[in-house]
Design a protein around this ligand. Structure first.
Ligand code: 1CP
Length: 347
């Protein structure tokens, strides 16, 4: 099947389909026993990411089990700072750890010279997945957005308040702009390489966009993501891009109006009727089932999923969660959700 005929691509090009395509953020991961087994065999999480055979296998696991309409490359947003020269490790139960950037001197040491060499195993994984994916399944490449990636680089890991990152952005905006520009350049180049290796759709994750006030959202989330998409589009105008400025509230209007992207990912807090009337006339939408409803299952899950389908299924739409699958999720619930979405028909 040609890329243009795949359900995900058709929805992103603005088609309202008889039933929307479905894929789920973090569809590969710890809730799957076959993932945990391979993770143990690989040793560390980064060994999974940088071994193309393992990364291909983990990407395909949820496709085999559930028949999603799209696969998402198994990797992590933090391979970009890693390839720019930062130390990165993942500790059990603590999430990612980096040696935090402290000043302009640290910033100046980040460099692109080894970038694509270090990321070559990721591109090999993209090609490997593309070669083995079922004909109708689309392949999504991805990267983190500059704001979210910068926050890990400055905090040195996860954060609750982004205090160091905000202090840097508020007190030294020119310096923060330099870091943002570097991430724009690196990320655009990374995404273009993923397209050239076989990615058919891209998603930019701005997981922490919701931490920004409105003016900062436009400056540090929307503008850099637009700069990345503009660059990718110069060489690959046909490849659709989904942006996910998670939890940005009424800020979603600014994204829909600027419409530099093809699809907009919604978190679970976005009201469905508001999304339908205010956003969907301008852009394809993706989302937004609460990941905890996938843990709960049963009537709570099926009625919430049906409400999403009945509202947003009236326009160009991709069924997804409002954020990633959590490790506690029973795999049977995922199977039931996929069956429900695939059986639904637009009235
Ligand atoms: O096996 C393990 O214990 C590692 C857990 C794990 C996994 C499965 C991490 C560490 N990353 C991933 C894979 C991953 N990360 C994918 C794979 C593709 C898929 O969706 O199936 C993707 C798209 C990501 C992207 C990612 N990493 C984001 C953006 C999306 C989101 O969830 O908000 C973020 C913020 C990260 C950082 C990160 N990496 C890993 C963890 C646990 C985190 C989050 C830490 C935090 O909450 O701050």
């Amino acid at each position: 099947m040609q890329t243009a005929d795949k359900l995900l691509v058709r929805a992103l090009k603005g088609e309202t389909l008889a039933r929307p395509p479905i894929w789920l953020m973090r569809q590969a991961g710890r809730y799957l026993p076959e993932y945990r087994a391979l993770r143990t065999k690989a040793g560390s999480f980064l060994d999974l990411c940088y071994n193309p055979d393992f990364a291909v296998e983990v990407t395909l696991q949820p496709i085999r089990r559930f028949g999603f309409d799209a696969a998402i490359l198994f990797s992590d947003i933090l391979v970009v700072p890693h390839a720019l020269g930062m130390d990165l490790r993942f500790e059990e139960g603590r999430g990612p750890l980096l040696d935090a950037l402290k000043d302009d001197g640290d910033l100046a040491r980040l460099a692109m010279d080894q970038f694509h060499t270090k990321l070559r195993p990721v591109y090999a994984a993209v090609s490997g997945v593309r070669a083995t994916l079922p004909a109708e399944t689309a392949l999504i490449g991805f990267a983190g957005a500059p704001w979210t990636v910068a926050s890990y680089m400055i905090e040195g890991g996860s954060s609750r308040d982004f205090a160091k990152t905000k202090a840097w952005a508020y007190q030294r905006p020119e310096s923060f702009q330099r870091l943002t520009n570097l991430l724009v350049e690196a990320t655009a180049s990374y995404l273009i390489a993923q397209i050239e290796a076989g990615a058919e759709v891209l998603q930019l994750f701005d997981s922490w966009a919701g931490a920004l006030d409105h003016a900062s959202l436009l400056r540090w989330s929307l503008a850099p993501m637009k700069a990345i998409v503009d660059r990718v589009r110069m060489s690959h105008p046909e490849v659709p891009v989904i942006v996910f400025p998670r939890a940005c509230g009424a800020g979603y209007l600014d994204f829909a109006r600027s419409s530099f992207m093809h699809g907009l990912g919604l978190d679970s807090g976005v009201p469905l009727d508001w999304a339908f009337t205010q956003l969907q006339g301008r852009i394809a939408l993706q989302g937004n089932l609460d990941p905890q409803l996938l843990v709960a299952g049963g009537e709570a899950m099926t009625s919430a999923a049906t409400k999403i389908l009945d509202t947003l299924g009236q326009g160009p739409f991709i069924f997804n969660l409002g954020h990633g699958i959590v490790p506690e999720t029973p795999p049977e619930h995922v199977g039931q959700l996929v069956d429900l979405v695939k059986a639904w028909r637009r009235p």
